[in-house]
Design a protein around this ligand. Structure first.
Ligand SMILES: Cc1cc2nc3c(=O)[nH]c(=O)nc-3n(C[C@H](O)[C@H](O)[C@H](O)COP(=O)(O)OP(=O)(O)OC[C@H]3O[C@@H](n4cnc5c(N)ncnc54)[C@H](O)[C@@H]3O)c2cc1C
Length: 405
């Protein structure tokens, strides 16, 4: 195979999914030379990041996407969330949150990953020095003053040098293993089944999260009369739900959800995702930094994964912009430590929140069951507690980073 030495970059990003592509946009005004390497062409049916799943975007994500100049491209495809309704099947207690109570225009927005992908890819070629796709990483050589990445592309192998290597190639990141990051895994034994459904009654821009014996069932407003669905089930039962005909599947969802939205009907295509918690002991070493799902893959119960990663993107862009102004090394230890210090507490807080929620709602432990029910009741009754939960979900608990512009 032909092998050539490519140019040198300040930053190489491996993985041009939601998170890697957002970082490429965020670094555009910083003045660093950026190369983005992505394995799967954007328009391929099997592009794993920009699929049909619906994302609940928090208020902080909207602010960041606006600062990146991307919000105008997605706003018409995004459905605002005016109310959130959280309940527990067969048990008392519920929480209702409203945009009015929070004094905001919307509590968040629902947007399909596919729409986000289109907006991200539209101007990507202009944002980066090189977008190499399809290409995979064959070898990584971390040195004291640079990192060398060998990639295999259609044209042959290329050897690229960079001062910083950002690994944003998802939860099954191969480059994370190549760089010897220590991973911590926790299997939940659950699978998320994603689909959508039409409703007899108007959803009135309400996002529903219902905790059932199987796991959470989320119905998110996605367009005027459609709800996007994330139905979490025990992995052992997942295939049964995937194999059911549409009528049987929608009847099962109706049984779990109840009749708040009248009759549910006309379900869309189903796809499934194995759920696990994954994180790392250290998110940087030897000029390599993990970002997005490769750094932390969370339970989707609170719709936090991408929202958190987007705040990481904003934080990293802020740190790299400051390093560029100071003439500091973007992959140097001091720069990566600064990023770590800036982001660690938000990451840990969200990880604890989603993992705690997962444990609280799938327990048979009577003490935890009482805690859960009284928690929902208390939050239902106490506006201050409700607002705290809301601020956390909206991504407003942490300091918002200054996205370079
Ligand atoms: C069912 C479900 C619902 C969710 N809902 C929400 C939600 O409502 N809100 C929210 O905030 N988050 C949500 N999430 C989480 C969100 O999907 C993730 O946070 C997000 O996908 C992470 O993006 P990423 O770019 O890090 O990884 P990915 O989306 O996995 O992208 C990785 C990219 O890297 C590429 N790649 C892989 N290997 C290589 C390689 N060797 N070389 C080059 N490229 C490579 C892949 O092709 C891909 O494009 C949900 C997740 C699930 C499973």
């Amino acid at each position: 195979m032909k092998r050539v030495n490519g140019p040198d970059y300040d930053v190489i990003i491996v993985g041009g999914g939601m998170v890697g592509a957002c970082l490429a946009h965020a670094l555009c005004p910083v003045g660093l030379s950026v190369c983005l390497v992505e394995a799967v062409p954007p328009k391929a049916d099997h592009q794993p990041s920009f699929d049909d799943r619906s994302l609940a975007l928090s208020i902080s994500s909207r602010q960041i996407l606006t600062a990146l100049g991307l919000w105008d491209d997605v706003v018409t495809a995004a459905t605002p969330i005016q109310r959130i309704h959280v309940s527990d099947q067969h048990r008392p207690g519920m929480v209702r949150l409203t945009a009015r109570e929070m004094g905001v225009e919307a509590l968040g927005h629902v947007l399909s990953a596919r729409h986000l992908g289109r907006a991200l890819l539209k101007n990507l070629q202009q944002s980066v020095q090189a977008f190499i796709c399809p290409a995979g990483v064959v070898a990584i050589d971390n040195r004291a003053d640079s990192v060398t990445v060998t990639i295999a592309a259609d044209s042959g192998e290329q050897v690229l040098n960079s001062r910083l290597l950002v690994l944003a190639d998802g939860s099954r990141s191969r480059t994370r293993e190549m760089c010897h990051f220590e991973r911590i895994d926790k299997a939940y034994g659950q699978t998320a089944i994603v689909s959508n459904v039409l409703t007899e009654l108007s959803h009135q821009n309400t996002a529903f999260e219902r905790f059932t014996a199987h796991g959470p069932l989320a119905l998110l407003p996605a367009g005027p009369d459609r709800m996007a669905m994330v139905f979490t089930v025990n992995s052992a039962d997942a295939q049964v739900y995937l194999d059911m005909n549409d009528d049987a599947f929608v009847a099962e969802v109706q049984r779990q959800f109840g009749r708040r939205l009248g009759r549910l009907h006309s379900p869309g295509k189903r796809s499934s995702y194995e759920i696990a918690l994954q994180h790392v002991k250290h998110q940087y070493r030897d000029r390599a930094l993990l970002l997005g799902n490769s750094a932390h893959t969370l339970h989707p119960n609170a719709a936090q994964g991408f929202n958190l990663a987007l705040r990481d993107v904003a934080g990293l862009a802020e740190v790299l912009a400051a390093a560029a102004v100071a003439g500091a090394d973007p992959g140097g230890l001091a720069t990566l430590q600064r990023y770590n210090d800036l982001r660690r507490s938000d990451q840990q807080r969200v990880l604890r929140f989603t993992d705690g929620l997962a444990r609280l709602f799938y327990t048979t432990n009577p003490c935890l069951t009482v805690a859960r029910n009284s928690g929902l009741l208390l939050a239902g009754l106490a506006p201050a507690l409700r607002r705290r939960i809301m601020r956390l979900g909206a991504g407003l608990g942490a300091r918002l980073h200054r996205v370079p512009g």
